[in-house]
Design a protein around this ligand. Structure first.
Ligand SMILES: [Zn+2]
Length: 688
């Protein structure tokens, strides 16, 4: 690992922040914190922290010594000065003389001494930073260092590796006791460059930013070299492989089975679902195909704060043999039931020793390992699933290296529980309110059109994960990008069964499955029915009827694999119930599609799959173009505004109104075989 320090970059950061009144110390603190935070071998997703001791002016104009330390909720990769709140140093130092301090009192005292009352909570490791004398202090959970310390003889290995360059601190949970132990360890050997916290991570320090940073790089590099020597002496780079079935089931088939099994029933057809993120790079495969997977994968976390994002253990499944997929699906449910029982046992055992009983967390794993296939990160959103997968990958690097040089060993169960059920974490429970469609995945066909995009935006606002499918690849990519990085855009010809199947497979790979389908793609053809070319009517049936059937069938296939119900929504248009002149080519297949939605409601209601339709009219879209609006207005002797507002309410109906109707139907858990009319009022087209 090389130092990425650049004098020029450092100077430009200092100059840029000086214009905003940020002093040199804090600017450099931001600069090297980012250097550390941007390297996943050192820091991941809010892990690690840094500080600088400097002087600041408070609101009374007094110059005070402060500790600027990473605030909770900030990621070092993109930290700003606001992410390093200033805390008065003197009161922090006075705490050193105490014998004990609760986490709540510690947080309270830290907040009371912030210079800005609106600043985020200073890191739980604030006192450790305060008690050490150095101006710049860097802390990471470097994967290479963890591989050396996460061993039964980790302390001896660390002492061998670093000699008197580092102080060694035994495992203690972050907080006051750890801060005191670390300060004592430093004072016993004050010449050191850094400090190893066994089974937790590494600190480096110095009197300027570059020293502290480059000491971190040097110390971590030494661990990396030690690991490479270990690999060479063993003559191999990977773990010993297990024997796997010859033909494995595909990710797209496995993911919905896993996702469905993970969902927690909440009664009345509702489920607490999860979103998955799949990974299968070479490092993951070497790890999950290892002969001793069951031992090392279940041995615990690589560093304690991973437990908050990944729980203590992943769910370990059997390799999914393609020729016995039904057998695999059955074992998933059993493995998960065993996981729940083991987690509840762990909770009960450790809760019994608490003076204040803890609130149990859900028993759902956040990482699922499937030998032969890959791993799934699990979260309540795609973003959270991706964080879990990132942390799982970092842990895999640590554990693989640890196994190559020795045997991976984590902290004990009691320490793990104390971290997972930390009072500061427990206090956050129940505070976040989830959006109504959070944890659900929606696929929208005709996704690049006006109604498709408006529908995607409406489902995103309600918290859903969104996949857009459209025939126009460039348009769907642009639409997905325009809606944000969470949205998946896929090229798909809904009239081609193989294309639809491939699209649904991609959705299952990306999110783990799906819950709602908005079958919206369509196109209008015109002509008097008596003169209509047969070929044109058949073409319209392909898109406006058979494509809906292909999409719905694929959705039902995935929903069945999940076993958590689902929702099919069809865009049927006013033509389905009220024919317009010369519009038979469009209205006939749409009428069949309205019937199709009722058939799905009837045949699949018993599986918890609902089917509803939206019957909309006069929406500016690819179907009703500006040219058509002009032509129809003329034919009716109206101006355009008069034509577009020609309904009982006298208001133009928009794509957003249609989108809202789809959202409403997705949320109405007791509504199936329904039709929602979105046309501003048209008695002739009203359903009877
Ligand atoms: Zn830490």
């Amino acid at each position: 690992m090389d130092s990425r320090w650049s004098g020029r970059d450092a100077d430009s950061v200092i100059a840029r922040y000086a214009e905003r009144g940020v002093n040199r110390d804090l600017a450099l603190r931001v600069y090297t914190s980012r250097l550390l935070g941007q390297d996943p071998r050192l820091v991941l997703h809010g892990g690690g922290n840094t500080s600088v001791k400097t002087v600041a002016t408070d609101l009374l104009g007094d110059r005070v010594e402060v500790l600027c330390v990473k605030g909770s909720g900030w990621d070092m990769a993109a930290i700003e000065p606001a992410g390093l709140p200033a805390v008065r140093l003197a009161p922090l130092l006075r705490l050193r003389g105490r014998d004990a301090l609760s986490d709540e009192d510690m947080v309270n005292l830290q907040r009371l001494n912030l210079l800005d009352s609106a600043a985020p909570n200073p890191s739980v490791e604030t006192l450790l930073h305060a008690f050490l004398p150095h101006r710049f202090i860097d802390h990471t959970h470097a994967v290479a260092v963890l591989a050396v310390t996460d061993q039964p003889d980790g302390e001896a290995r660390i002492r061998d590796l670093y000699g008197d360059r580092v102080a060694v601190v035994p495992y203690i949970m972050p907080g006051f006791a750890l801060a005191k132990a670390a300060a004592a360890a430093y004072e016993a050997s004050p010449g050191v460059d850094g400090m190893i916290l066994l089974k937790h991570g590494i600190f480096s320090f110095g009197d300027d930013a570059r020293d502290a940073y480059e000491r971190m790089i040097a110390l971590v590099s030494r661990a990396e070299d030690y690991l490479s020597r270990g690999r060479l002496s063993r003559g191999e780079r990977t773990l010993v492989s297990a024997v796997l079935p010859e033909r494995l089931a595909a990710v797209a088939a496995v993911a919905p089975v896993v996702r469905g099994a993970l969902a927690l029933p909440e009664g009345a057809g509702a489920f607490r679902r999860w979103v998955l993120e799949f990974r299968n790079d070479a490092a993951v495969m070497g790890f999950i195909n290892g002969r001793d997977l069951a031992r090392y994968a279940q041995a615990g976390v690589a560093t304690p704060d991973h437990v908050i994002r990944t729980k203590g253990k992943p769910l370990l499944l059997a390799a999914p043999a393609a020729d016995d997929f039904a057998g695999f699906a059955a074992t998933v449910r059993t493995a998960l039931a065993d996981y729940h029982a083991a987690y509840q046992g762990y909770f009960a055992r450790n809760n019994a020793r608490q003076t204040v009983p803890k609130k149990p967390l859900d028993p759902v794993p956040r990482v699922v390992l499937v030998p032969g296939l890959g791993l799934f990160g699990v979260g309540k959103s795609a973003e959270e699933a991706s964080v879990a997968a990132d942390i799982a990958e970092a842990a895999i690097t640590t554990i693989t290296d640890a196994e190559v040089i020795g045997r991976f060993e984590s902290i004990g169960e009691a320490d793990l529980f104390d971290m997972e059920y930390w009072s500061l974490e427990q206090a956050k429970l129940g505070r976040a309110v989830e959006k109504p469609l959070a944890r659900q995945v929606v696929a929208i066909t005709g996704g690049a059109g006006a109604i498709g995009r408006a529908t995607a935006a409406a489902f995103l606002r309600e918290g859903a994960e969104v996949a857009l499918l459209d025939l126009d690849g460039a348009a769907v990519a642009a639409a997905a990008q325009g809606l944000g990085k969470r949205v998946l855009g896929l090229t798909c010809d809904v009239t081609d069964a193989a294309s639809v199947r491939a699209g649904f497979d991609r959705i299952c790979q990306r999110f783990g499955g799906l819950d709602i389908v908005v079958s919206n793609a369509g196109a209008a053809w015109q002509g008097k029915i008596g003169d209509l070319p047969d070929e044109l009517l058949r073409r319209s049936f392909e898109l406006n009827f058979f494509a809906h059937q292909t999409v719905a069938q694929n959705a039902v296939r995935v929903m069945r694999a999940q076993g958590t119900g689902g929702c099919l929504l069809f865009n049927v248009s006013k033509q389905a119930v009220n024919p317009g002149p010369d519009f038979g080519a469009y209205g006939l297949p749409k009428a069949a599609t309205l019937f199709l939605s009722r058939q799905y409601a009837l045949d699949h209601g018993g599986e918890g799959i609902r089917a509803n339709a939206v019957n909309a009219d006069r929406i500016r879209s690819g179907l009703l173009t500006e040219a058509m609006i002009a032509e129809r207005s003329r034919a009716r002797g109206l101006d355009e505004a008069g034509y577009m507002t020609g309904n009982l309410l006298g208001r133009e109906v928009t794509a957003e109104d249609v989108a809202q109707a789809f959202v409403h139907q997705a949320l109405a858990l007791k509504t199936t075989a329904g039709v929602t009319t979105v046309d501003g009022g048209n008695i002739a087209a009203a359903l009877r």
